[in-house]
Design a protein around this ligand. Structure first.
Ligand code: F6R
Length: 610
C-alpha cells in the first residue's frame, strides 16, 4: 500500500524524506515523489516518477531539489489511475502553493471533482487524491489547519494525509481516517509516516494518530485536534524494537531473515506467555467467567492470517470443544453471520490495519460480540478497536510475504486453545502440561530445519522450472497446504493451488502430468496412509512429488521424488513445524527465478483499502 513520510525541522528535508521513504518500500508501490517548500524562493518544488525510489534519487542527482526544511513524500500503489508520473504524489492545487500526499480512497471524489471543475479548478491526474489539494485550496482563508479541517469534513472514504503550503513553511498538517499514520517526535524536528520503521533511525518517540484526528506539526511543537477542532493531548509512546529489526543484517532478503527469526520469536512468546506450566494471556481483557461462557468462536482474517485462523479452528475445537467458524474478512462483512453475545470474535492480523478485517470487527461489535485480536503491530487500529489484544510481538515484518508473523499467529492459536480447553475442563492438567512441553520444543526443531536449508535449496532449485504446483495436506495440515501454495504464488508468480488431499479426486487430479510438481505435506498423522494413497495416485500420473515427512519415515522414499524431513513432534503441532520448509521452498524457487522476493509485483504489505 502507499507510504507517506513528512518532515519539518532544521535540516534539509529531501535526503531525510528519501531515506525514510526507502524504509517503506516493503509496503509495495509503483511510483513515488517528494516535495518541499524551498528556502531560497519560498515556493513549492516537487519531483515525481514512475517506478522505484532509486529512480527518483537518480533524477534528483541530476537536478537537485532546493533546500527546504519542510516536505512530504510518497510511494503510490495504484488504485485510481495507472502508475504514471502524473498520477504519482505529491499533488498540487491550482495555485501551486499547496501540496498533498494521500493514502486511502476518496469514495466521493468524482462528485467533488465535478464541482471543483465547474469552479475552474484544473485536474492533471486520474487520481481520487488530487481533489484533496484543490478542495483545501478552495477552502483556504489563510489558516492551513482550518482549511484541512474543513476539507476533510467533505471527504467520504479513507485517508492518511500530509499537507504543506508555501504560505505556511513552518507547518506540516496531517490527518487520519481509516489509513494508518504515525507522528515521530524529535528534538527540534517532527515527522509523519505510514509506519514506524520509516523513522526509527530518527526517533523512537511515536504518537499513533487515531481515526478522526488532525495534527499540526511545527519544528518544536505538536498539536492534535479531533475533526471538530477540539484539542487532544498527544500520547507519546517509546518504541521498544531496535533499528536492527528493520535491517537485513547480512541476509540477502528480509524474508530470509524473518524465516530465520522464527525460533527466537516462538521461544520469546512461549517464555512470556507460559508461567508455572500455565498459559497466561495478558491483554485478553476477558475474565475466566466470560471465557467459560463462550459457546462459539468466530475467526476473521485475510490471506496468511486466515490460514493461521484455519489451523486455529482445528486446534480450538480439539482442545476446547468449542465450535469455531471462520470467514475471510471480506466475506464476513457482506453476509449474515450467525453471531451473538456468546460468540467470541478472534480477528487475526499481522499489520492490524487490514481494511476488511477492521470492517468485520466493527460489524461484529455492532452485534454485541466480544472481539479479541491476534495482532503483531502495537498500537494498530485493530489493536485499539478490539476489546482485548494478544500481541504476537514477532517484531517488524518487512518482507511482504508473511513468515514469522504466521508462525507467531499459529503459536497464539495453540495458547488460546489451551487456555480455553483448561477453563472449560475439556483437557486435563496433564494433557495441557504435556502439550506445553511439546510446544516448547518447537523452536529447537525449527533450528534443526534451518540447518538443513542447503538441502531444501537444492530441492527447490531442481523443481523451480515447473509451471504449476499443487500443495496437498489433510486435516490440520490442510491449511498448511493452502499457506504453502500462497507463499509460492506470491513470490515466484508460479500458479499454485492448495487443496485438502481428499479433494484431489474431485477435480485437481486433472492437472497432474509429468509437468506438474506436487508438494505433499505428509508428517506423522492419523491421515498418513490416506496421504500415501494420494501420492501413489500422483505418481501413477507421472506427477513429481516433494514430500515433507517426519524424520525416520523411510517408507515414503518409494512414493516421493524429493523428501524434506522435519523432526518428529506432537501431531497437533505439525503445522508450526512444516511452515518453515514450505516458506523456504517458496523463497528459494523465487530467488532461482530472479524475482524481487521482498517486494513481489502487485502486492502490498498491508492492505488498507477494500
Ligand atoms: C501473505 C500475506 C497476506 C496477509 C494478508 C493479511 O504472505 O502477507 O496474505 O496475510 O494481507 O494481512 P494482515 O495479517 O496484516 O491482516
Amino acid at each position: 500500500m502507499c507510504g507517506i513520510v513528512g518532515y519539518i525541522g532544521k535540516k534539509d528535508a529531501t535526503p531525510i524524506l528519501l531515506s525514510s521513504l526507502k524504509r517503506l518500500e516493503y509496503r509495495g508501490y509503483d511510483s513515488c515523489g517528494v516535495g518541499v517548500v524551498a528556502q531560497k524562493d519560498g515556493k513549492i518544488h516537487s519531483k515525481k516518477t514512475q517506478g522505484k525510489i532509486q529512480g527518483l534519487t537518480d533524477i534528483l542527482k541530476d537536478k537537485p531539489m532546493p533546500t527546504g526544511f519542510v516536505g512530504i513524500s510518497h510511494t503510490r500503489w495504484a488504485t485510481h489511475g495507472k502508475p504514471t508520473k502524473a498520477n504519482a504524489h505529491p499533488h498540487a492545487d491550482k495555485t501551486g502553493k499547496i501540496l498533498i500526499v494521500h493514502n486511502g480512497i476518496i469514495e466521493n471524489y468524482q462528485e467533488i471533482k465535478e464541482a471543483l471543475k465547474a469552479k475552474g479548478y484544473p485536474f492533471v491526474s486520474e487520481t481520487d487524491s488530487e481533489v484533496i489539494a484543490h478542495l483545501i485550496s478552495s477552502l483556504d482563508k489563510g489558516d492551513l489547519l482550518e482549511a484541512v479541517q474543513k476539507a476533510i469534513q467533505k471527504l467520504n472514504g479513507s485517508f492518511a494525509l500530509g499537507v504543506i503550503s508555501s504560505d505556511h513553511p513552518d507547518k506540516l498538517i496531517a490527518a487520519r481516517l481509516g489509513s494508518p499514520l504515525i507522528i515521530g517526535v524529535g528534538c527540534n524536528e517532527n515527522f509523519i509516516a505510514s509506519d514506524v520503521p520509516a523513522i526509527l533511525d530518527r526517533t523512537r518517540k511515536i504518537v499513533y494518530l487515531r481515526d478522526g484526528e488532525v495534527a499540526e506539526l511545527q519544528k518544536s511543537s505538536l498539536k492534535i485536534f479531533d475533526f471538530k477542532g477540539k484539542q487532544i493531548k498527544p500520547k507519546v509512546h517509546t518504541v521498544a524494537f531496535k533499528l536492527d529489526a528493520v535491517q537485513k543484517e547480512g541476509f540477502s532478503h528480509f524474508m530470509l531473515k524473518e524465516i530465520h527469526e522464527q525460533p527466537k520469536v516462538l521461544s520469546g512468546m512461549l517464555s512470556s506467555r507460559i508461567k508455572n506450566k500455565k498459559v497466561h494471556l495478558e491483554g485478553l481483557s476477558l475474565t475466566d467467567k466470560q471465557l467459560k461462557g463462550i459457546n462459539h468462536v468466530f475467526v476473521v482474517a485475510c490471506g496468511t492470517a486466515y490460514h493461521a485462523g484455519l489451523v486455529g479452528k482445528y486446534v480450538i475445537e480439539q482442545l476446547a470443544g468449542v465450535p469455531v467458524s471462520i470467514d475471510v474478512s471480506s466475506e464476513f462483512r457482506y453476509r449474515t453471520p450467525i453471531i451473538n453475545k456468546k460468540t467470541l470474535i478472534v480477528a487475526v492480523s499481522q499489520s492490524g490495519e487490514t481494511a476488511d478485517t477492521l470492517a468485520a470487527v466493527r460489524e461484529a461489535k455492532l452485534k454485541g460480540c466480544k472481539v479479541i485480536s491476534i495482532c503483531n503491530v502495537v498500537g494498530s487500529s485493530l489493536a485499539r478497536e478490539s476489546h482485548g489484544v494478544l500481541y504476537t510481538h514477532a517484531g517488524p515484518e518487512i518482507g511482504v510475504a508473511s513468515t514469522k508473523a504466521y508462525t507467531a499467529q499459529l503459536c497464539m492459536m495453540y495458547l488460546l486453545g489451551l487456555k480455553l480447553g483448561v477453563l472449560k475442563k475439556k483437557i486435563s492438567k496433564g494433557r495441557s502440561e504435556s502439550l506445553i512441553k511439546d510446544l516448547k520444543r518447537v523452536p529447537s526443531f525449527l533450528m534443526m530445519i534451518l540447518k538443513s536449508k542447503a538441502k531444501i535449496r537444492k530441492i527447490a532449485r531442481a523443481n523451480s522450472h515447473f509451471g504449476c504446483f499443487l500443495f496437498l495436506g489433510r486435516n490440520i495440515n490442510f491449511p498448511s497446504a493452502l499457506e504453502g501454495a500462497l507463499k509460492l504464488k506470491e513470490i515466484s508468480y508460479i500458479p499454485a493451488e492448495g487443496y485438502a488431499a481428499g479433494e484431489m479426486k474431485h477435480g485437481p487430479i486433472a492437472l497432474i502430468d509429468e509437468y506438474r510438481a506436487v508438494v505433499c505435506v505428509t508428517p506423522e498423522a492419523d491421515t498418513y496412509e490416506k496421504m500415501i494413497s494420494n501420492m501413489q495416485e500422483i505418481r501413477a500420473r507421472k506427477g513429481k512429488i516433494i514430500a515433507i515427512a517426519t524424520e525416520g519415515d523411510t517408507a515414503i522414499k518409494q512414493h516421493a521424488n524429493n523428501i524434506i524431513y522435519i523432526p518428529s513432534t506432537n501431531k497437533l503441532l505439525t503445522p508450526l513445524v512444516v511452515a518453515l520448509p514450505l516458506q523456504l521452498i517458496a523463497y528459494y524457487i523465487a530467488v532461482e527465478r530472479g524475482n524481487d522476493v521482498d517486494q513481489p509485483r502487485n502486492l502490498a504489505k498491508s492492505v488498507t483499502v477494500e
